[in-house]
Design a protein around this ligand. Structure first.
Ligand code: COA
Length: 149
């Protein structure tokens, strides 16, 4: 079992990245036809989009947004449905945290979907209100959390 955290750059990586996010974060939550695979934030300088692969197969996604002053937000975390509940999310969280630390991040932040709060608690996060403006236009109910690296 060989996990890798792949920086999304190649065309096939982008296809897998968008496919997992479209299904798990939008369609599985009843939101069809609204996922935008051309969203400017995915291609911004602050954004570090990643795929989790296992033996070369794409299983999960996360985007790390560097916010400055040692802070970063982790966004759009997802593991493909047939593979959830098998420990891959824990590996993804660990690898993204490691990568963030290497990029000089000391505080990781997230807007956790309500039904994912248990996952974040299990992986060392705590509730923490970090920016109320982030939640204003949120389509799903979220809890703000942080992790000190
Ligand atoms: C949330 C998600 C990323 C977790 O990934 P996963 O691979 O299923 O999680 P893991 O199997 O690595 O679980 C790690 C731990 O968290 C727990 N956990 C996972 N999902 C949980 C949940 N929704 N609620 C409570 N605990 C959860 C597991 O029981 C496990 O605990 P254990 O090690 O003590 O047994 C994944 O389920 C997912 O993609 N969900 C749909 C998309 C989503 O909601 N993303 C979050 C957006 S903020």
């Amino acid at each position: 079992m060989d996990y890798a955290l792949v920086a999304v750059e190649e065309p096939l990586d982008w296809i897998n990245f968008h496919a997992i996010r479209r299904v798990e974060l939008f369609e599985a939550k009843g939101r069809f036809g609204v996922y935008n695979d051309k969203h400017a934030d995915d291609y911004a300088d602050f954004a570090h989009p990643y795929l989790l692969t296992l033996d070369g197969r794409a299983l999960g996604t996360a985007r790390l947004d560097l916010l400055g002053a040692g802070r970063a937000a982790i966004r759009l975390v997802a593991i493909t449905a047939g593979e959830q509940g098998r420990g891959h999310g824990r590996v993804l969280e660990m690898l993204v945290s490691e990568r963030a630390r290497a990029l000089g991040v000391a505080v990781l932040l997230v807007n956790a979907a309500e039904d994912a709060v248990g996952f974040y608690r299990k992986t060392g996060w705590e509730p923490f209100d970090w920016d109320a403006s982030e939640l204003v236009n949120s389509a799903v109910s979220c809890v703000q959390m942080r992790k000190l690296l």
